[in-house]
Design a binder for this molecule. Structure first.
Ligand code: KE4
Length: 437
C-alpha cells in the first residue's frame, strides 16, 4: 500500500470521508486521493514521491505558483514576530488600503478567514442595510457552505449530484431564491413575485463552480440595472475571480460595479483569508460602527496578511503577470478546441483569462442545466488518464482549471498532448460508462 493510500485509510477513521473538504475525496472521479507532501511553482509532489503538473493551484490562491519565495519569506518573517495578537496590526490596515485602492466598488473592507465567512457576512450586511430578508442566487453557483447558500449550489455540492444540503432549516432556505445564470428574465420574475423583499442578488461574475460558465453580453450589466431599479444590493462573489482576472477582478474586467463583493484565495496567497467590502454607506452597518454583528478571532491575522500582501504587491507591481496567465489561458482553450474539432470529441471548452473548463458534453454550456448534461463518468476517465500521466486537474467536472504565472507554454503543450491522447482512445464517447476503478 502506498503512503497516500495508507494516510487515506487512517484519515477515514478520524475525519468524515477522510478529507477536510469533500471535493478532495475523488468521489466523483474514482481512485484514491493523493496526499500532497510539498509543492513549488507549477508542481506538487505527493506522499509517495510522485510529482504532478498542477492545474488546481489550491483552488485558486496560487496564481503566482506554489511556494513563491517572496510570499514564503514574508509569512516566515511575520511568524517569527508572533502568530496572532488578538489585537489589530499594521498589516491589516495595509491590506485594507490595498484592496480599497485596487477594487472599484470597495470603499471599506473587513477581513475574515474564508470565502464562506466573507459571503455569510456580506449577506448579513445586505440584509441589515436593506431591512429585507430574501436573497437571489444562481443555480450552480457556489458561495461557500453557509446555510443560505447551500441551495442549488455548485462545486462539491453539485459534484455529489445533490445540489442541496441536509441540515439547512427550511425557514432559512425559503429566503433563498434561485435564478438561472445568464437569464435576466428569471431574475425579473423573482423581483416581480417578491417586490420589496429581496435584499441582494449574489453572483459569481464568472461562474467557476459548475465548471466555468462565462457571463454573456449584458448579463452582469443587466443585474446591475435590476438591482439599482429595485433598490436591492448587487453582490459579486469574487472569491475566485478577485485579483485573478486582473488586479481589479471581474468587476474591473467587465466594467460592472457591484454594491458589495467578497474575496478569498489569492488575497491570502494560500493562508486562510477572506474579505468582504463595498460602498461605505453599506459597510457602515457593520459592527462596531453599525448593528450588523460579525467578528473573528483570527481575522486580519498578521501571518496571513503578510503572505497576502506579498502576493498582491507582486501582482500590483507586475501587471505583465496577468497578460501572461490570460494569454496562456487563451492559448490553452484555442488549442484544445482545435483538437476537439479535429478528433470529433464530444466536448466543449469554456473559460476566460486563466480560468478554463473542459466539459464532456456536445452542448454549448451557458448555465447549470447545460452544465449538467456533461458525462461525469467520461470526465472521471479523463481525470484518471491525466493523473496517470502526472497531470493534476480538479477531481470534478464541475470545477475550474487554474493557470498560474509558474506555468510555461510547454506545460500547456503537455496537458494538450495528454488530452489529445485521451480523445484518441475513444474513451470519452458520451454514455460510454466505463467502470470507475
Ligand atoms: P472557502 O470557504 O472555501 O474559502 O470559499 C468558499 C467559496 C466562495 N465563493 C466562491 C466563488 C468559491 O469558489 C468558494 C470556494 N471554492 C471551492 C472550489 N470550487 C473551494 C474548494 C473546496 O471546497 O474544497
Amino acid at each position: 500500500m502506498g503512503r497516500s493510500e495508507e494516510l487515506f485509510e487512517r484519515a477515514k477513521k478520524v475525519i468524515p470521508g477522510g478529507v477536510n473538504s469533500p471535493v478532495r475525496a475523488f468521489q466523483a472521479v474514482g481512485g484514491k486521493p493523493r496526499f500532497i507532501a510539498c509543492a513549488g511553482g507549477a508542481k506538487m509532489t505527493d506522499a509517495d514521491g510522485n510529482t504532478y503538473l498542477d492545474f488546481v493551484g489550491s483552488w485558486g490562491p496560487m496564481i503566482l505558483g506554489h511556494s513563491h519565495p517572496a510570499v514564503t519569506e514574508a509569512a516566515v518573517k511575520a511568524a517569527e514576530r508572533g502568530l496572532s495578537f488578538g489585537a489589530s496590526c499594521e498589516a491589516e490596515v495595509e491590506m485594507a488600503e490595498l484592496i480599497c485602492r485596487a477594487v472599484p466598488s470597495v470603499e471599506m473592507v473587513r477581513m475574515v478567514n474564508s470565502g464562506t465567512e466573507a459571503v455569510m457576512s456580506a449577506l448579513r450586511a445586505a440584509r441589515g442595510y436593506t431591512g429585507r430578508d430574501k436573497i437571489v442566487k444562481f443555480e450552480g453557483c457556489y458561495h461557500g457552505h453557509c446555510d443560505p447558500m447551500l441551495v442549488k449550489a455548485g462545486s462539491g455540492v453539485m459534484t455529489g449530484g445533490v445540489p442541496d444540503s441536509a441540515g439547512v432549516p427550511k425557514g432559512c432556505a425559503a429566503d433563498t431564491l434561485t435564478a438561472a445564470y445568464n437569464d435576466l428574465g428569471s431574475v425579473e420574475r423573482l423581483f416581480a413575485e417578491f417586490p420589496g423583499q429581496i435584499a441582494a442578488v449574489i453572483v459569481e461574475p464568472v461562474a467557476a463552480n459548475m465548471g466555468v460558465v462565462v457571463p454573456e453580453e449584458g448579463f452582469l450589466s443587466g443585474l446591475r440595472s435590476i438591482c439599482t431599479r429595485e433598490r436591492a444590493l448587487l453582490i459579486f462573489d469574487e472569491v475566485i475571480t478577485g485579483f485573478r482576472l486582473g488586479f481589479a477582478g471581474a468587476q474591473g474586467y467587465y466594467g460592472v460595479t457591484p454594491d458589495l463583493c467578497t474575496f478569498g484565495k489569492i488575497i491570502g496567497a494560500g493562508m486562510p483569508v477572506g474579505a468582504y467590502g463595498g460602498r461605505r454607506e453599506v459597510m457602515e452597518v457593520v459592527a462596531p460602527l453599525g448593528r450588523v454583528y460579525q467578528a473573528g478571532t483570527l481575522s486580519g491575522n498578521p501571518v496571513a496578511m503578510a503572505a497576502g500582501l506579498a502576493a498582491l504587491r507582486i501582482l500590483r507591481d507586475h501587471p505583465d503577470i496577468y497578460d501572461k496567465v490570460n494569454r496562456l489561458g487563451d492559448f490553452f482553450r484555442a488549442e484544445l478546441g482545435k483538437r476537439i474539432e479535429r478528433l470529433g470529441a464530444p466536448c466543449r471548452v469554456t473559460g476566460v483569462g486563466s480560468l478554463s473548463c473542459l466539459f464532456f458534453t456536445g452542448e454549448p454550456v451557458r448555465d447549470y442545466a447545460s452544465a449538467k448534461t456533461s458525462d461525469t463518468e467520461a470526465f472521471g476517465r479523463y481525470f484518471r488518464h491525466m493523473l496517470d500521466r502526472g497531470i493534476y486537474v480538479a477531481p470534478s467536472q464541475f470545477e475550474a482549471l487554474f493557470l498560474s504565472a509558474a506555468h510555461k507554454k510547454e506545460d500547456i503543450e503537455r496537458i494538450l498532448a495528454a488530452a489529445e491522447e485521451y480523445f484518441e482512445t475513444g474513451n470519452c464517447e458520451i454514455g460510454n460508462c466505463g467502470n470507475i476503478r
